[in-house]
Design a protein around this ligand. Structure first.
Ligand code: ZN
Length: 374
């Protein structure tokens, strides 16, 4: 018997872990996964220098024929706005973003189900992460991407051997094209990082690592870039595994695309879709996050907040991070920007350790960074 199963975030409908459904068949809601999620020292394989050290709390076994050394990224001391913070540097993951955590677990899971081609829709870091782990696992990857996505962002996925298919239209059109492709090929699977609950189970390991790296202590606060919300929801899931007070979780969005912040400010039950505007934090240009309920409940339960930061705030945070030797892309500076804004606005920050998640490598955004530097 496998202890893991899916549950719809809206109606509570259950599916077994080996289902090929990626969302609720009743109402289209996103799944969460229920399974063992209590972190204690005896659950950690100390000999394993990757996120698979937490295999006893993951829904899939460590693949025995490949690894990219995913996980255990540095937690480094730094300063923002003159305050001491801990910077969790997920830019150091194998393909350069936190998405590797989800991709490592999701690809291993789907490969174990016998699938030999994964179909994803993304134009950025998720495409690179899924393509990279598919390459390592020896299975095929097809990326459906918006036709207007900058080609540079897809070069990494193509380098890993993924087939990249441009689709005209908005983000929904891209998702539909990917889903149609799966319907026409039973050996493939729609492996959307925005929908699949196994992806979040991988992403939660950033929070496990923070707890372990702080010497078995929970931080008081975590500032997290939020677009589709997998880093945010994963953080909640990871910190939830440790007995004690859940850290205040802060969802940081660019003002140009801030549906989470708008829903939080209006105390809404669901996140209403917005049309993304222009922002250099392109990884968070997601107008309709699929895990709306999970994001809002994490905000509520943790006593955190959601905040929209300006492009100037992002640029200033980037410069602070770069000046400390941390080369991250604009999206990755959202959490840092949110921290600086909170200090500037005099918002009370809970006593204790503050962790700021850095989600992606600056080498992903050479052109944008070049323009910022002038
Ligand atoms: Zn449902």
């Amino acid at each position: 018997m496998n202890a893991w199963r899916y549950e719809c975030e809206i109606c509570g409908h259950h599916e077994e872990i080996d289902t090929r459904l990626w969302c609720c068949p009743v109402d289209g809601g996103a799944f969460t996964l229920s399974g063992p999620n209590t972190l204690a020292p005896e659950h950690i394989d100390l000999e394993e220098p990757t996120l698979w050290r937490y295999a006893s709390l993951l829904p899939v076994q460590r693949p025995d024929h490949y690894s990219l050394g995913e996980g255990l990224t540095p937690l480094v001391p730094g300063t923002l706005a003159g305050r001491n913070v801990w910077l969790k540097n997920d830019a150091a993951l194998p393909t350069g973003s936190f998405k590797d955590r989800g991709a490592a677990i999701l690809v291993a899971h789907l490969a174990s189900l016998g699938l030999d081609r994964l179909i994803v829709d993304s134009s950025g870091n998720a495409a690179a992460a899924m393509a990279g782990f598919c390459a390592a696992a020896g299975i095929g990857c097809t990326v459906y991407a918006p036709a207007n996505a900058s080609p540079g962002k897809l070069v990494q996925a193509r380098a890993y051997g993924a087939t990249v298919i441009p689709v005209e239209g908005n983000r929904d059109a891209v998702a539909s094209a990917a889903q149609d492709a799966v319907d026409n090929d039973p050996s493939s699977f729609y492996a959307s990082h925005n929908w699949h609950a196994v992806f979040v189970e991988g992403v939660k390991t950033w929070a496990y690592e923070v707890w372990e790296q702080l010497g078995g202590r929970l931080p008081a606060t975590a500032f997290i870039p939020a677009g589709g919300g997998s880093a945010f929801v994963g953080g909640r899931r990871g910190f939830d595994a440790v007995p004690g007070k859940l850290p205040a979780l802060i969802a940081a969005q660019p003002a140009a695309c801030a549906p989470i912040s708008l829903a939080y400010e209006s105390d809404a039950r669901d996140i209403a879709a917005v049309t993304p505007g222009d922002t250099m934090a392109e990884g968070t240009k997601i107008g309709a996050p699929s895990r709306g309920r999970q994001i809002l409940s994490a905000l509520r339960d943790s006593g955190g907040w959601a905040v929209a930061v300006t492009e100037d705030d992002i640029a200033a945070a980037l410069r602070e991070l770069w000046s400390q030797g941390l080369y991250v892309e604009p999206t990755a500076a959202l959490g840092a920007a949110a921290f600086v804004v909170a200090i500037r606005d005099g918002r009370p920050i809970p006593e204790g350790d503050t962790v700021v998640l850095l989600t992606g490598n600056g080498l992903k955004a050479t052109e944008t960074i070049g323009e910022l530097l002038g």
